[in-house]
Design a protein around this ligand. Sequence first.
Ligand code: NAG
Ligand code: NAG
Ligand code: NAG
Length: 382
Amino acid sequence: MAVAMNLWRGTTKTSRAKLPAPRLKLSFLILCICASLVPVIYVQYHKISYFLRPLWDTPPKPFHVIPHYYAEGLSTPELCKIHGWTPRETPLRVFDAVIFSNEVDLLEIRMRELMPIVTKFLVLESNATFTGQRKSLIFKQHKETRFKFIHSQLLHFFLPSRPFIPNEDPFINECYQRDAMIGALILAGIEDGDLLITADVDEIPSAHTINLLQNCDGYPPIMHLQLRNYLYSFEFLVDNNSWRSNVEIFYKNSTKYEHIRKTDYLLADAGWHCSFCFRHIRDFVFKMQAYSHADRVRYASFLDPKRIQNLICKGSDLFDMLPEEYTFQELISKMGSIARSFSGVHLPKYLLENIEAYKYLLPGNCRREPDPVRSFSYGGLQ
Ligand SMILES: *[C@@H]1O[C@H](CO)[C@@H](O)[C@H](O)[C@H]1NC(C)=O
Ligand SMILES: *[C@@H]1O[C@H](CO)[C@@H](O)[C@H](O)[C@H]1NC(C)=O
Ligand SMILES: *[C@@H]1O[C@H](CO)[C@@H](O)[C@H](O)[C@H]1NC(C)=O
């Protein structure tokens, strides 16, 4: 025992005496690796935290999904019955209300899709973005030309910006604009019992979906719409899980124009959500700076037009972020670029009637047109 102890001590002594240089080297190496990891962690902080989301975040409560049936040629009363609902004698009045930023093309596609069904379209436009920067009134600039076709159904509201407060949370401006929408709806003549669509411009319910809800009774009074989620164009189908838009029976005493989870009901396959579906690169640059997640622009290089064009063609993320997923399986399956889709089946009708004018939204056409020379200005942002 004693011998063993001595031996052990002996070896320790000799190792201490003989091996200082490699040990120092090793510690130095570890120190270097750690030091070089600091900037990597700093730079990739977003990615790392998103990658670990399944560990730190709990998934939202699952939706109660309402099956949705549709085939060409079925009458609306037949469709009501398939859903277990009853046909209505008089169709509901429908109000479609959007807060407009710069999505001119998608707004036209949306209005043409819903024009035969919607009673009044409300477009609310402010002279400031959600991030509080000055913005010119882009809808107003197009109102007498491109949007002349919809004048009899259109109400356009101008909402003056709130005083600019530096570094204010963009969600405060967003709430201010959403609150103003209820006032606009009352001015537009909405009554208890009318059907209200609450959605962003780029969340487009399909005409047959709204037609069904307008002509049936018996569904939940508030439902979210499950939309197919596209990015940049209808070439990149991300998933089918867009859920924020909703339709509801309007009541003055309780309805809020909010783009958040309002209910557990989700009507399946009800339309399209096309994010960042813009004709010109400058529209991407504008939107990246203007929307409520503008903090995702972590480097000025993110706004470089060449970089943006390359990412659009690859179907990769503009902000170099990982998808928001709650299981590693989903996360890993969605990492990297989005798979290309070659399907143009079941897209908004007006888009397919005008494929030349909207080519950039269709599969195989990721190159954007050169920015026009000042057909309109964005105001404060470029
Ligand atoms: C928006 O318009 C209002 C009134 O027309 C004006 O008082 C305000 O300063 C404008 N906001 C910006 C950011 O230009
Ligand atoms: C979305 O739904 C459509 C139709 O049900 C299906 O063909 C497609 O594979 C789905 N796509 C994804 C990414 O889940
Ligand atoms: C709101 O009004 C409707 C009909 O007028 C009524 O049925 C409902 O109970 C009211 N809701 C609240 C929260 O007061």
